[in-house]
Design a binder for this molecule. Sequence first.
Ligand code: B3K
Ligand code: ZN
Length: 844
Amino acid sequence: PTTIYLKDYAPFGFHVESVHLTFELDPRATRVHSRIAFRPDPDVADRRFFLHGENLSLIVARIDGETVAPDITDAGLTCAVPDTPFVWEAEVQIDPAGNTALEGLYMSGGMYCTQCEAEGFRKITYYPDRPDVMSVFTVEIKGPHPVLLSNGNPQQQGEGHAIWHDPWPKPAYLFALVAGDLLAHPDSFTTCSGKPVDLNIWVRPGDEGKCAFGMEALKKSMRWDEEVYGREYDLDVFNIVAVDDFNMGAMENKGLNVFNSSAVLASPETATDANFERIEAIIAHEYFHNWTGNRITCRDWFQLCLKEGLTVYRDSQFTSDMRSAPVKRISDVIDLRARQFPEDQGPLAHPVRPESFQEINNFYTATVYEKGAEVIGMLKRLVGDAAYAEALDLYFARHDGQACTIEDWLAVFAEVTGRDLSQFKRWYSQAGTPRVHVAETWENGTYTLTFSQKTPPSAATPDPQPLVLPIDVGLLGANGDEVRATETLEMTEATQSFAFEGLAAKPVPSILRGFSAPVVLERETDAAERAFLLAHDTDAFNRWEAGRALARETLMSMATSDAAPDADYLDGMLAVLRDDGLDPAYRALMLAQPGQSELAAALAQSGSTPDPDAIWQASETLKQALAQHAQDVLPRILAGCRIEEPFRPDADQAGKRALGGAALALVTRLDSGAQAAAQYDAADNMTLQLTALSCLLSAGKGAEQLAGFYDQWKLDRLVIDKWFGLQIVQAAPDQAVGTARDLTGHADFNWQNPNRFRATLGSLSMNHAGFHTADGSGYAVLADWLIKLDPVNPQTTARMCSAFQTWKRYDAVRQDLIRAQLERIAATPDLSRDTTEMISRILG
Ligand code: B3K
Ligand code: ZN
């Protein structure tokens, strides 16, 4: 496989003035006619005419009306062309029904749809399929389908024929086409300057009752982007389509967003509160891409974080505004630690802006997305809100209609603030999570914090340099009052001290408030200080963090010795449970324990080899101890979380249900599932139903309810995904592999559907002790299925290989077992480029 390097970037030698596409749809033999006006770019010396194209049958090609005979390879074609503007025409034939990779034009449940990012357009026709080639598209669709959609505004629409024109120049990765027997959930929106926009969510018949929430989320997103970023929508229509077979969450195609149905369809009966929140965030994310991604796009795929980091940052601001800011921040950090830290600390570590790749689809990662968003959060914290707003205005004004780089992005900040951002830029080029050690001194009324930062070297970054770290610090007095309000310390050196003078007594520091930088903070302290901060910290994030640290530390010692659960932790949690002044959602987050994989990482970092069974046992013991410790308050919590009003998927109600669910999980450990069974029977929404079922399964009960759940929901694909996943996630360690194996034999296990595959095999990899079962059967089952899926759907296969990325944490026996599976996958004949790259990076 060839490796592509950022340093080799070279512009294309031609401008594309316009693109006309005509599709004659047919499941096995779709014809695509293209008419593309090229103009040589005199500023580019290399004017080789290369068009990407894969799996295309070329029927005919013409230049200015004359038939030509291009040189065709697996990757595309070259052809002699004039040195003056010319019109390229081609007719190709493709096979949407045979396209199981779900990239390019494919079929899902009888409808046609497309996925072109990153490099899927080349499976539709010959084209310079690179994001810096932007053009105006007109698309004509012919086919016997009531609904025919593409980007932009409709010019003609009728049964069997439609023409769409998109006036905004765009790269081919934003192209989309949808055709099928679809129903619309319509609405409309008037933009800030008074322009009407027709909105539609298109679904297959039967799903029309699940669109209302997504539509509200869309309208809220449109308003928010006007109010907060001054960004107005720019077409007459905005369409969203729900598709069952989709490799990821959703796609921001211009004016025609295509969504995995799990990321848009919801009703109270079938979707959980977590589903609703995720849907609201993804709709916002894709909508926000209209400006950050579409109007301003990426010069090349190395710049992916330019649009993804910024858009994730924007959607997290949106969720904070719509819901609770502290709860959103804590959830984001939980997610960052669960998904990005393992990547950054293992063999797949790469910078936020990678410098090389073999398959770009392997770089749609938590590092590019979530760490990319953290970097923007740090930048905003360093320059301040006003300068951030000014820099963004300049970015939009200067770069609208362009394909840009991280250099362009940082330049607007440098210009607005006068700052030298060259050191800050290392956040984009260095892999690895910095570890920040803190020491303190107290002398004559001066309290000094000394920080040292160290980023562990990795294959991607062998010699890491000090980063700019915004470290938010506040100081508390002995009674819990804040003696110094939050201040952002700007650390730039490897070791640096900050002094706080004129203090009456030694304070208790609250460090890294709001998780102001994505680092691992190392502070040797005792449980008493953690408990103090858990009770008193005025920063909501750090208050939660104190409880999290207590939980982590007690679990680590329980997993490695015969230590009993820490009393400070149990008392602290009891106080949290009793504190009705705290937001229920926040209390629910406080009660959640660190994940077992996160504990394994912490143990490995502290120098011991994690034992998955011991971690599981410690986690069970701690939950049981908490249940017993809190048994007197749990009934009151449960009663207080009961909701009499009709279901609303908003933050208030969701928070109560989350706290009620956390309490029910504890109660189930004391009452053998009586109350969970009662909640299951009475539930009139999916959150309560699924929470109750989950409690029962984790107690080793609920067989009857599980069967009933299947019967009740067997016709609802999204709910049955939950049914597959929950059984595996909640299985005891010695049952998980067997359960997953049984389910892969179930009549409803459609392994070619990514959602179902992930619900089954992805869930197995998330059951930490189950996946890492000592005989290696978890590894073998996953490897078997990855080998089977690879020729059918390389993207989903490659993505799921990351289940193995943490393998070097474990003992020698497990490492050998995992290595054997990785080598078995690597040795599979004709393994895809996607999976080959992932396995070779993981093997190191
Ligand atoms: N931009 C798409 C992701 C495309 C993934 C290609 N493998 C969705 C998003 O980030 O909004
Ligand atoms: Zn995105």
